[in-house]
Design a protein around this ligand. Sequence first.
Ligand SMILES: Cc1ncc(COP(=O)(O)O)c(C=O)c1O
Length: 357
Amino acid sequence: MAPYLDEAFGNPSGMHAVSRLAKNALEEARERAAAVLGAERPLDIVFTGGGTESDNLAVIGGAMAAGGGVVTSATEHKAVLRSAEFIAKLGRRVEIVAVDGAGHVDPTAVVQAVTDDTALVSVMAANNETGVLQPIAEVADAVHDAAPHAVVHTDAVQAFIGEDVTVASTGADLISLASHKFGGPKGVGLLYVRNGVELEPILHGGGQELGRRSGTHNVAGVIGMIAAMEVAIADRPAFRQRVAAARDAFEAELQAAVPGFEINAPRNGRLVQHSHVRLPGIDVETLLVRLDQAGIAAAAGSACQSGAIEVSHVLAAMGMDQRRASECVRFTFGWTDDATTGSVAGAAVAAVVGEMR
Ligand SMILES: Cc1ncc(COP(=O)(O)O)c(C=O)c1O
C-alpha cells in the first residue's frame, strides 16, 4: 500500500502521470479481484467503502433499478436489514423470511416469498454472530429457476476468509465483501455485480466506477484489499486447519469444565473460526469485562443499550428468549491461533466462569 500513499499518490481519475500510476494499479487490482472471484469481467467488480456500503448498493441499488421489492432473511446483518427497511419506506414490498432454531433459512421458504414484484433476494453466506452457514447456492438456484426476474445478492463479508466464495460457488448475482474481514485495511470493500445486473447508484457525484459508485478511489486501500484477498485464498486450507484445531481445543476445555455449556450452531454447518456458546447462569456483560482484563476479546449475544438489554436480532430470530440470549458469547479465532492458544483461551474462560459461579 505504501507507494500509493507516497510517490504514486495520484487521483486515478486525473490526467497526470502520477494519476496514471494510480489508475493502472487500480485496474490491475480490479482484474485480480475478478480472477479471485471468478467474475466474467474486471468491470464486474465495483470498489466500495466497505461491507455496509456494498450491502446498501446491492439491496437499495438493485431494488431501485428494477423498481421492485426485496426478500431477505431475519438474521442478515443490519446493513442488509436496514437497507430493506429503506426500500419498504419507498412503498415497495419487503418480506423477511424466518430462520429455524439453528439459524438456517429454508430455500423453499425464500422462493415462496418471492413474487412478480420482487426485484432482489438477499441471503447471507454466513452469519457474523453465530457463524451459521446459509445454503446460498441452493437459494440462488431455486430463485433463478422460479423467478428469473429476481436478482440474488449474498453478503459474504464474514464467510470469505474461510469459505470458498466465488461467483460459481455462491451462484449469486451480487456479492458483498469487506477487506478488513480477511486481513486487509478497514473502510474498503467491493461488490461483485454480474454482467447485465442494473444498479441505481446510492452515491451520486463524479461518476467513478462507471457511475455505480461516485467518489475518489481509496487506491491504497484497494491495493491492500487485493493483496489480502490473494493471501487469504492461498492460506485458506491452512487457516481452516489451524482455527479448527483452536476451536476444538477451546470448546473441549469449556465442555469439560463448565456444566450446562452449549454450542449454538452445528459443528459442520458453521464458519470454522466461530464458536458461539451459551454459558448458563453467567452474566455475560460481567464476563466480557473479566475476559477483556485477561486479554481475551469476545462479544455478547445481547447489547446493553440505555440500560435496557436488547436481545440480538439474530438470536431472537432463532427463537431464543432474553434470558438464554443474555448467556451467549461469541468467540472467534484468527491467524495467530492454533490448538495451544485455543486450549489456553478455553482454560482461561473456564476459570473466569468458575470464579463467577
Ligand atoms: C456479515 C456482515 N455484513 C456487513 C458488515 C459490515 O461491513 P463493514 O464494517 O465493512 O461496513 C459486517 C461487519 O461486521 C458483517 O459481519
